[in-house]
Ligand binder design. Sequence first.
Ligand code: GTP
Ligand code: MG
Length: 204
Amino acid sequence: MKVKSAEFVMSNSDVAKCPKNPIPEYAFIGRSNVGKSSLINMLTDRKSLAKTSGRPGKTQLINHFIINDNWFLVDLPGYGYARVSKSSKKKFQKFITNYFEQRQQLVSAFVLVDIRHQPQPIDLEFMQYLGESGIPFGIIFTKADKLKSKAIDKHVDDYCKVLLEIWEELPPYFVTSSSKKMGQEEVLNFIEVTNEEIENLRNQ
Ligand code: GTP
Ligand code: MG
């Protein structure tokens, strides 16, 4: 898929106020600082569509972007950011879980994990939560530029082994680097094919 247009629509913390267009939506979630906002910029070929920062906790709201006027891409705050207060953490959890449980247009989530790390309980628990809530998800390994290609394969294999101890089959997964622009085509193609499947189902 070619990204011809990518525009910011709105930010908010209330799922009820999210845009109403009945178009497919894909949400990017993962630990703070894993590279969600950077990935969104890389996928859309825009330098600063989504705001990024070296300090965790940059994205604080549900951010909607409309791509090619026919699907939404959503940048979410990271989980597991230790420096926010307990009460704001709770509030965060609530608006994010409300988003995942109530957002009708959501087609798939992408859970981002840093390719350098072993599977972390917080990520596995989040995937479990998505699975139990019936929300399809894919995994996006980020920051692949930090490893050599052999190590990339090994880390992905090891991660998949752990997933297969929990799940019967692997979710779709993608190896990416925002700084090296790696994985852009794969992720966009997945979204394009999924959008086409939805369109075909609608026309049946
Ligand atoms: P929060 O909004 O705080 O949850 O973070 P985020 O997940 O949106 O991360 P963000 O995109 O802001 O990136 C966090 C840091 O990681 C920044 O310093 C980025 O430059 C860096 N980063 C993101 N993607 C990559 C990548 O592919 N490779 C490398 N080397 N660094 C990256
Ligand atoms: Mg962010």
